[in-house]
Every structure is written in structure tokens, then in C-alpha cells.
Design a protein around this ligand. Structure first.
Ligand SMILES: [Mg+2]
Length: 225
């Protein structure tokens, strides 16, 4: 393998129509009787572990993550299964064609670098029909901090690769800084809440408006152009 390309999920590969946030809110409400428990927390680019720990802290929930994570995950996954069906989401422009084009290249492997808890990540990919392109990844339960999460994931499944052979693709400055903190190639895509200019200013090596021209994007991500 010569190149590993890690994709963020929400707003990069797909948009769930808010199914993820709603699922987390419903789980928080079910467990603690608090509606809209994450109202004051910015989700974009954050790990789910960070979002949950902030929610627990802001509402003074006893025991923190240690006491509540397992039960929260069970409840969240149950709600997410339903909210994914209820909300109208979509794949982002150029998908799944970009994944297909990359998968066909020798020496390219695809992975995930997502703040999502792993089971929720796989549920989202499954729902939108792109699970088969990915085998492993760095997931939200690995750390509160996105750069650490990416580092842990890469050490686990791509420890033999040089950082300059690893590309991280995401829609927020958090994705970009997590890549740069690990000396990886940072690619921004402006299909989320951040603009092309904001992603470029955050230090991304390459920025796309979207991946609608999937053949062109595949060549750039694979390091051919
Ligand atoms: Mg994202």
C-alpha cells in the first residue's frame, strides 16, 4: 500500500438530516430526563465522547463518562436506528463514485477518521449504502480530542505507514488540525458548515468545494495529480 485515505463521516461522506444529534438528544433525555441536553455544545468536528462528556458536565450528571457511557451507547444506538429512517439525509456530492474510483486503484486503502462512536459510524454508513468501502478507522470513543483519536487509529491499523502517505479528509477545521497535528496530509471539503476559505485558512493542504468531479478528486487524493 502506498496511500491511506481517511474520511470523516458527517457532512463529508454524508448528511444524516440531523439523525445523529437527535439520537443523542433522545438518549440523554431517556437517561436523565433532560431534553435538548447538548443545546450549548458545538457538535461540528467534535468527537462524540467530547460531546457526551460536556453534556454530562454541564448538567452535573453524577459519575461522568465512566458511570454513564455504556448505558448511553445502548440507548443512543437504539434511537439512531429509528432517527436514521425518519430523517431525510443524503450522500454528499460525488459519493459513492469517489470511493469506487479510489477503491479501484492499486496501493490505495480507505479508512475512517470520525468523531462518531464506532457502532453509530457503521450504522450511518450502512444506512447510506457505503459501508462496504471501509474496513477500519479511528472512532469517537478513542479520545475526547480529535488529533489523539486520529493518532490512536493510525497506530492501530497503519503503524507502518509514513505520515506523508496518510490523507485525512474532513469538513471542519478540527479535521484539518487533527491531521496537521499528526503531520498527515489535510484535505478540506466545504460541504458542511465551514466555507472553502475557512478551511484553507485553517491550514488544509488542499481544499475542495465538493467532490462532484469525483474522477478529478480521486486523482488528487491518490496523489497522482
Ligand atoms: Mg464532519
Amino acid at each position: 500500500m502506498t496511500r491511506l485515505i481517511l474520511f470523516d463521516i458527517d457532512n463529508t461522506l454524508l448528511y444524516t438530516g440531523g439523525a445523529g444529534g437527535l439520537g443523542m438528544n433522545l438518549a440523554f433525555q431517556e437517561m436523565f430526563g433532560i431534553s435538548d441536553g447538548f443545546a450549548n455544545i458545538e457538535f461540528s468536528g467534535r468527537t462524540d465522547l467530547y460531546i457526551l462528556s460536556e453534556g454530562l458536565r454541564q448538567h452535573g450528571i453524577r459519575g461522568g463518562l465512566e458511570a454513564n457511557l455504556k448505558a448511553f451507547l445502548r440507548s443512543y444506538h437504539r434511537h439512531l436506528k429509528r432517527t436514521l429512517k425518519e430523517r431525510n439525509g443524503h450522500l454528499q456530492p460525488g459519493f459513492p463514485h469517489l470511493l469506487e474510483a479510489l477503491q479501484q486503484r492499486n496501493g490505495v486503502r480507505l479508512g475512517l477518521a470520525t468523531g462518531n462512536f464506532s457502532e453509530a459510524a457503521w450504522m450511518k454508513l450502512e444506512h447510506y449504502g457505503i459501508r462496504q468501502y471501509f474496513r477500519d478507522g479511528a472512532f469517537g470513543e478513542e479520545s475526547l480530542d480529535r488529533a489523539e483519536l486520529v493518532r490512536a487509529g493510525i497506530q492501530r491499523f497503519a503503524g507502518h505507514l509514513s505520515p506523508s502517505d496518510v490523507v485525512v479528509v474532513g469538513d471542519t477545521p478540527h479535521d484539518v488540525s487533527a491531521a496537521l497535528a499528526n503531520r498527515l496530509i489535510a484535505v478540506g471539503v466545504a460541504t458542511g458548515t465551514y466555507t472553502f476559505d475557512q478551511l484553507r485558512d485553517s491550514g488544509a493542504d488542499v481544499v475542495f468545494h465538493d467532490f462532484a468531479d469525483s474522477q478529478d478528486a480521486a486523482a488528487i487524493l491518490a496523489g497522482e495529480a
